[in-house]
Write a protein that binds this ligand. Structure first.
Ligand code: ME8
Length: 528
């Protein structure tokens, strides 16, 4: 199911994106968070039988990257080339299995942006004018007066969004008629109230648009690090007009040989991002697409900040946690689990190593890891070849467990589809605990001495339950899921239209060959 192999397109597709990150510094835990969320979304939809395309990449132009290059004593292109592998390395460490990686300096992207701009010019959506305003390099945007803080001790006003000093820019340039899209945007929000998840964040966007949209400057003449503006090469393209286009250039927009691919994948199903850039996506991006008569993305998944000591973790604040250090100490699954299950998208979440160790010990090592090792040990002790057959019939207690499993599948699937991954995994862990309660209630280590038929029923019910747990956990802890499946003699092989949730709902009549397993997770000394 290669992304550009149009001859084998599946009837169900799922296209998910992350923001493309500025290459002004190495990736940090915040960038990892968005990328892991998108990876979980991609894996979940693959598991449901969709042909999935997961796009991530790098935003390499603009003032911010140019300034970072100067500071590092390098040319911008040398700088981005040196840093790009830092990102792909981290995504690989954390099993973020993207299908396409875009860099905005890639030739095909440059060409696509120029084609698009030329069309806007031809259609009259772009005009030349001059502008004076306060530009914030942190935000890579002009800041309107109401969002400027005047500090009597500073020459330039401060940007209310990020607290950095703005620069006065006075230039001639090209403008996109954003104001012409105000009514269409408001109509769209009104008729698509689930466009942004969580819903509450749509309100901020609506009030921003209602307060009146001004045309958007989409070129710069005082900067040379950018995509040359097609009709006037004294200008480069404004970095956001260049960057947003990545979502369509990556899937073939602007390349006549890739038209089918573009038609198949667009519109995006889910675009993941932090709350800082929702305005760029919910306003400018939509207006750009409207101007080109393209369909609009189906949903934006907008998450809050990971914080440290109450402050946003950010490259510019310098309070970053290096994902590679975390990987060296905890590996991929523990960090992924903690990020997705405990950093809910609906709010800002403090990231704490102590809390992560705590959760890894209780949820992963105690709840899940012990379940797997206990089951494997019991089976191998009493069924020497490890073959767990389906019993003639299940008793009420096993059927009750099966019902709990089916309830979990319905509720967790609904939450995953609504993009509430933290809640979905909380629901899945409730089931892990129900399975543990079932073992405690049944006491198979005692039953085995008197009733081998009942023992076989319990073992079969447990392995079926564990199979389902391993499948639904694949998106969040792919390595441990693979270990669990290997322990119960199963493979995971997603394919077009093969919906593992439907498979997990089938009657429990499978045979499993259980093997010995090493402890899956480490316990951390929480007192320490
Ligand atoms: O904005 N907590 O790139 P960027 C959670 N290039 N997420 C965080 C975070 C934190 N503390 N810090 C960063 C850009 N992020 C543009 C995007 S898209 C066409 C262009 C995540 O490198 C979050 O997703 O500044 C945020 O939106 C993104 O990194 C910003 O990355």
């Amino acid at each position: 199911m290669g992304p550009s192999d149009s001859s084998h397109y599946c009837s169900k597709k799922f296209y998910i994106t992350t923001p493309i990150y500025y290459v002004n510094a190495k990736p940090h835990i915040g960038s990892l968070y968005s990328t892991v969320l998108a990876d979980v979304g991609a894996r979940w939809n693959k598991l449901r039988g969709a042909q999935t395309l997961f796009l991530t990449g790098l935003d390499e132009h603009g003032q911010k990257v140019a300034d970072a290059a100067t500071k590092a004593g390098r040319l911008p292109k040398e700088h981005v080339d040196a840093l790009a592998p830092e990102f792909t390395k981290v995504w690989q460490e954390f099993d973020c299995a993207y299908d396409t990686f875009i860099r905005t300096t890639d030739d095909y992207h440059v060409k696509a942006v120029q084609t698009w701009l030329q069309q806007l010019v031809d259609r009259g959506d772009v005009y030349k004018s001059s502008y004076v305003g306060w530009y914030c390099v942190g935000e890579e945007a002009f800041i309107t007066e109401k969002d400027l803080i005047i500090d009597p001790n500073k020459k330039e006003p401060i940007c209310a969004f990020c607290g950095r000093q703005t620069r006065k820019l006075e230039e001639e340039g090209y403008f996109f008629r954003l104001s012409a899209y105000q009514d269409r945007l408001l109509e769209f929000y009104k008729t698509h109230d689930d466009f942004i998840v969580p819903k509450e964040r749509l309100k901020e966007v609506v009030s921003f648009v209602e307060s009146g949209l001004r045309d958007l400057s989409i070129s710069r003449s005082t900067l040379s690090w950018g995509i040359p503006f097609p009709t006037d090469t004294k200008h480069v393209t404004y970095v956001w007009a260049d960057a947003l286009l990545n979502y369509i250039s990556a899937i073939g927009y602007g390349d006549s040989a890739r038209e089918k691919e573009f038609a198949y994948y667009w519109p995006a199903d889910v675009q993941v991002m932090g709350k800082d850039i929702v305005r760029f996506h919910a306003v400018y991006w939509l207006a750009f697409l409207m101007a080109s008569d393209f369909a609009l993305p189906k949903q934006l998944m907008v998450h809050g900040w990971l914080t440290l000591g109450g402050e946003k973790i950010s490259k510019s604040l310098g309070n970053v946690i290096d994902p590679t250090d975390l990987y060296a100490q905890y590996g991929s699954d523990v960090v992924r689990y903690y990020l997705v299950r405990y950093m809910a998208i609906t709010q800002d979440s403090p990231f704490s190593i102590e809390d992560m160790e705590n959760r890894a010990t209780t949820d992963l090592a105690n709840d899940l890891g012990n379940l797997v090792s206990r089951l494997s040990a019991l089976v191998l002790k009493y069924i020497p070849d490890g073959v767990v057959q389906t019993p003639q019939a299940f008793e009420e207690s096993e059927l009750a467990l099966q019902k709990e499993c089916h309830d979990m599948l319905s509720e967790a699937s609904a939450l995953m589809d609504e993009l509430y991954y933290a809640r979905a995994y909380a629901r899945i862990w409730k089931f892990v605990q129900q399975v543990n309660s079932y073992i405690h209630a049944q006491q198979p280590w005692k039953i085995v001495k008197t009733d081998m038929v009942k023992f076989s029923q319990i073992m079969s019910a447990l392995v079926h339950a564990l199979h389902t747990i391993a499948i639904v956990c694949e998106p969040i802890i792919p390595q441990s899921s693979a270990h669990i499946l290997a322990t119960i003699g199963k493979e995971y092989a997603p394919a077009c239209n093969k919906d593992y949730i439907t498979i997990c709902r089938e009657p429990w009549n499978d045979t499993f060959v259980v093997r010995a397993c090493e402890p899956l997770f480490k316990k951390y000394d929480i007192q320490k």
